[in-house]
Ligand binder design. Structure first.
Ligand code: DC
Length: 242
């Protein structure tokens, strides 16, 4: 815990949670934010919304003038209300972004440097002077490398695919098989870990947590204890900050 001997002003008051898709990090991040009474920010939702919206506007998902002017022309709103998580140009995309095909669009668009830059600025502005839990792939490495508390959440491919299948079935999608999902999970990991800009990787100073064998309550206990310990040493006040 060498971090705690440093000046608190060197740290962003962001709890960074990174990890591969289906690792359970979204559930963990949301529950942790609730337990600590702080704001929860889901950055994957932003890539999903941009992927969906660009595709809908027939913007090719490649770098170029068209993409640049698209990014310059849109207005993204995050955390609009308890019912509306994300909007682009006043269009509520909260439900849309959870559809299976949007995962692919998000994965493609997340490889584009101009998109990452756009969302990097957006995410930093959103978390300015707030204690929050921010979840994604590059929060501890790129967006807030100075965050005071970082976790990297992972789980086996099998359990991640099973969780995703359950999620899709609960959402009424019964068209996809477990094998297809495992395949998707492996491919998405490969793309996320090998992209040139901001690849998925554990920050050196992040705590690694494998959720394959752990229950949610235990995970939240482990994480919130570590957050509280670090926050107390730096004099950060946790919630209510929602
Ligand atoms: O967490 P998710 O499955 O909703 O993320 C959707 C896609 O966006 C996924 O392919 C990874 C990408 N992503 C990213 O590159 N960086 C982030 N901070 C969050 C998500």
């Amino acid at each position: 815990m060498s971090q705690n001997t440093k000046d608190p002003s060197e740290f962003a008051q962001v709890i960074a949670i990174d990890g591969p898709s289906g690792s359970g990090k979204s559930t963990v991040a949301r529950e942790l934010a609730t337990a600590l009474h702080v704001l929860y920010i889901d950055t994957g939702a932003m890539f999903r919304a941009l992927g969906f919206f660009a595709d809908q506007q027939k913007i090719d998902l490649v770098e170029g003038e068209k993409l640049t002017s698209f990014l310059n022309s849109i207005k993204m709103d995050y955390g609009v209300s308890s019912k509306c998580l994300i909007r682009i140009n006043d269009l509520d995309l909260t439900e849309k972004i959870r559809e299976h095909n949007v995962s692919k669009l998000a994965s493609i668009i997340s490889q584009l440097p101009s998109v990452r830059k756009y969302l990097l600025d957006f995410q930093r502005a959103l978390a300015l002077n707030k204690v929050c839990v921010m979840e994604g792939r590059d929060i501890g490495t790129v967006v807030f490398p100075n965050s005071f508390c970082k976790f990297f959440i992972t789980a086996s491919v099998d359990i991640r695919a099973e969780r995703r299948l359950k999620q899709l079935k609960e959402g009424g999608d019964h068209t996809i098989t477990l094998e297809q999902i495992k395949d998707d999970v492996r491919k998405r990991d490969e793309t996320d870990m090998n992209r040139v800009v901001a690849p998925l990787k554990k920050a050196d100073d992040a705590t690694l947590l494998d959720t394959t064998e752990l229950g949610l309550d235990d995970i939240i206990k482990i994480l919130s204890n570590e957050v509280k310990f670090r926050a107390a040493h730096l004099g950060f006040v946790l919630g209510p900050n929602v």
